[in-house]
Design a protein around this ligand. Structure first.
Ligand code: GLU
Length: 486
């Protein structure tokens, strides 16, 4: 860590365990992490779990799992600790009380005298009068001493217009309508997000607060709280939403955006997913698209984050994934194949012996490893290991009229292939050997039955590749079987 933080950049990712992490959260984490990396800064993971009603069991573990899958690591966090431990807000209640006390002593926090019902009635009344509801308009003249059974409210010190700069959205400002006496500590003893994230950002020395654009409208509130506490606010950078592929809807938990681990389960590679995600809302100064994390850490910058929402694009994600799949080592690729291969195929005799041979076909045909299951469903795997079953009529090319011709072609192919030396039985020599005969008699007439005899399905790789993958012995015997069927 000696190289770290030479210019004091401290960034945090602060998810709430209220559901499963989706791509919007992950992209926020990624941008914050890259910003820390670029600046040799510190990246903190903080779990914001003070909304106990909305907390979902297992969500915290899920968040850590997603981050680890994509390769985002943190310098300080709930699992590894750090100088500001603990990193889970529900374990930091004393710290928030201390800050609440400071505000109480300054006369800037007070016990809410109303019941929840009374506040609700005031809200309704404002609605009926078509006015915005502002709690501060009902602020009591005198405050009771706060005894923790009532909510503690912030007393906004000054009602004014705030101006601030956002690294993505530029100069922003908002007027008094954005300021109100919000709750600092609820009657259940837990602080609100609005309060405790500010306390933590101060305590943890956060320099850049990077989060979704939905927080822009609350920033005046936060600025007034910083002012009340006499602390200089951090730099803000709000990120645009990720939009659904229709370009309209925000892609959020409520829209059913997928849990990030589903992408893992579908056989997306974390490097590909990261590369795709970083370009959803940020772009480099040139057209380069494939990046290592180290490259990104060098060139990433918040001022190149676009203001408009970025559109989700499954095709692009698949394109990236395919690119990264092509770059995998043979060993790694085989490990994924092993993980995703349906049991029905794995249980076939010969599977272990032959699986390596079909690797190139799989590599060519999939965009994500789950596609192996689709290949299986289309019958594109089984025939490598077992002789295919088919009806002899299927051996005939669609323009062929007489099946006896098909038989003759297969006999001649058998004859030609037989002459190829065993150690020269590869797709190039097979093609060389068959090509003249095929062109003289019609490629479809000749090559369709050859391919069908080998695979037993309509869609498969070309017959030269198939023959070379099956090997000479198996190829000849499959063609003999086809001839016998006619
Ligand atoms: N806990 C907040 C959320 O999950 C974090 C917002 C922030 O980064 O300040 O949306």
């Amino acid at each position: 860590m000696s190289q770290k933080n030479n210019n004091n950049v401290v960034v945090r990712f602060a998810p709430s365990p209220t559901g499963f992490m989706h791509v919007g959260n992950l992209r926020t984490a990624l941008y914050a992490w890259l910003w820390a990396k670029k600046n040799n800064g510190i990246f903190i993971l903080r779990i914001e779990d003070t909304d106990k009603e909305r907390e979902v069991a297992g969500a915290k573990e899920h968040i850590l799992k997603v981050l680890k899958w994509i390769g985002i690591n943190w310098d300080e966090g709930p699992d590894i600790g750090g100088p500001h431990s603990p990193y889970t807000q529900s374990e930091r209640l004393d710290i928030y009380k201390k800050y609440a006390q400071i505000l109480i002593e300054k006369g800037l926090a007070y016990a809410d005298p109303y019941t929840e019902e009374e506040v609700e009635n005031l809200r309704k009344k404002a609605e009926e009068e078509k006015k915005a509801f502002l709690y501060r308009e009902h602020r009591p003249e005198k405050f009771d001493k706060w005894d923790s059974t009532k909510p503690l409210r912030f007393k906004v010190p000054v009602i004014k217009n705030y101006k601030w700069n956002d690294l993505v959205y530029g100069d922003l400002s908002a007027g008094p309508e954005a300021l109100d006496d919000f709750i600092l500590i609820k009657s259940d003893g837990y602080p609100t997000y609005n309060f405790c994230h500010i306390v933590d950002d101060i305590e943890m020395g956060i320099t850049h607060v990077i989060r979704g654009q939905e927080y822009i409208s609350s920033i005046p509130k936060y600025l007034s709280l910083y002012e009340a506490l006499d602390v200089k606010p951090p730099i803000f950078a709000c990120l645009p939403h990720i939009l659904g592929s229709d370009g309209n809807k925000k892609l959020g938990k409520r829209d059913g955006a997928k849990d990030c681990l589903e992408y893992k389960d579908e056989g997306y590679l974390p490097e590909a997913f990261l590369n795709f995600l970083v370009l959803l809302g940020w772009h480099p100064s040139d057209d380069k698209e494939i990046f290592t994390v180290e490259e990104l850490a060098n060139i990433f910058s918040l001022d190149r984050v676009q203001k408009a929402g970025a559109r989700w694009n499954d095709e692009k994600l698949n394109w990236f994934n395919k690119k990264y799949i092509q770059m995998l080592s043979d060993k790694k690729f085989s490990e994924f194949v092993d993980e995703f291969m349906p049991a029905e195929i794995k249980n076939l005799t010969n599977y272990n012996e032959k699986v390596e041979r079909i690797i190139p076909i799989i590599k060519e045909r999939i965009e994500k490893f789950e596609d192996i299951k689709d290949m299986h469903e289309r019958g594109e795997l089984k025939y490598f290991f077992e002789r295919p079953e088919y009806n002899s009529k299927s051996l005939m090319w669609k323009d062929e009229k007489d099946i006896q011709n098909t038989k003759k072609y297969l006999e001649e192919i058998l004859n030609i292939l037989n002459k190829i030396q065993d150690n020269d039985f590869n797709s190039v020599s097979i093609k060389d050997a068959v090509w003249n005969f095929a062109t003289e008699n019609g490629k479809g007439n000749v090559l369709w039955p050859m391919r069908y005899a080998l695979s037993g399905i309509d869609k498969s790789p070309d017959p030269f590749i198939l023959a070379s993958l099956l090997g000479k012995k198996d190829t000849l015997s499959r063609i003999e079987t086809a001839i016998k069927k006619i």
